[in-house]
Design a protein around this ligand. Sequence first.
Ligand code: ADE
Length: 242
Amino acid sequence: MRVDIVTIFPEYFGPLDLSLIGKARRNGLLDLAVHDLRTWTHDVHRTVDDTPYGGGPGMVMRPEPWGEALDALAPADAPAPRLVVPTPAGVPFRQALAHELADEPRLLFACGRYEGIDQRVLEHAGTRMPVTEVSLGDYVLFGGEVAVLVILEAVTRLLPGVLGNVGSLEEESHAHGLLEAPVYTKPPTWRGHDVPEILRSGDHGRIARWRRDEALLRTGRRRPDLLAALPAESLDKRDVTL
Ligand code: ADE
């Protein structure tokens, strides 16, 4: 997968050399480049923002540098990337969207700052490429950079060959619309707390059932919205008695 990121703070993306994302880059599974938006300014102050039309607090990112950046990184004679713009006004970022993005050959991230990017940039980009405005959650960050780190981590781990053990994708929270059951490792007793006996029984059928029950209970307590959204046919007879 090819990923381009445009930002006024390229230093935010240092961590993308680390851990499994860094390894995916070194292995050629992820081809990633970070670009400074100010490259596409032409005044001595390298201005990227201005006051909002209609008044109000804060500053808005001017369209011209963004237009030039997108022209350079998504030229008309090459296959168009999918443009992803993090904003608290976007659609919620969920595991299903992470899967969708992981299937794209090219992603282009535009990191807004201040009150956001002049909307005409996204309108114009929409005539050339698919555009998705994405929100991490119902809170406001300083800008899109941290959101891009989060989105990229969720997407990269879904790319074929990135995770050693693909089974962990099957089991994890949100894989089946449920939160994952609690996990334990050695020692069997620690500070007076025991690992649930059933996990040490070796009975794989009962262990699977226990994990399913715990996942349902946890989801019901912590995320009743997720439980309510589960299609009836994904519940078995035993589930409904919980
Ligand atoms: N930029 C600022 N706040 C954000 C949020 N909640 N999600 C995505 N991008 C953002």
